[in-house]
Design a protein. Sequence first.
Length: 226
Amino acid sequence: MKKIIYGVVIVLFAGCNVSKEGKTWHPLYRVQAGLNKGGITENTDFSKTDDVVPDAFSGATNMGFNASGHTLLPLKHNSVETGVDYMYNKQKFTFRDATNGYNGTRTIGSSQIMVPITYNLGLFKKNDPLGMVQLKLGYLMQFNMFNVSNNGNSLTDYSLKHFSSGITFGVSITPLKLNNGNSLGLYFDGYRGSKIYNDYYNRSIYEMPASSFLKFGVIYQFGNKK
């Protein structure tokens, strides 16, 4: 963890230096808001064990919402993006396992504070030094808070992790320039990371359990002050 934090600091410091020396553009600031789906990625393949029938456990995820504030720092001809995201989603797990004696539902509401850091490759820079389109790839840390509700006579024991991390990727586009110098656009982000939920049907013997999401929404970007 310390190495990751040191790396983030070094990259951000390098970005600030380029913005001063290159004098092409300064750090940009944007706020974002939209919808998302995902969170806990539950197991759907029980082929590695004979004591669970295929329909014994299933999960469903409701559409959630997210909001964030980001900074884009120039790094040579492209940029580094970081900030703080908030994301909420709710998932429902259903247990129908007469063989093992589990029957009922478990609803988990997840509030996640996330810190991404991505390298952004800018495209279509003729009228925008940042690039009207940015392709993003990087690392994301999640701090997780849960609200769990059980409904049924017998449900599995479980555990939840309050920290997770993994790879994030996405694309942003800011084609609409406003009269005040600010911009409007859209974002689409994905994530695949470490496991945050564990129970009888989501054990380490399975490859599927993890954390993941897709989120999209609207960008309001403050103008580049030269």
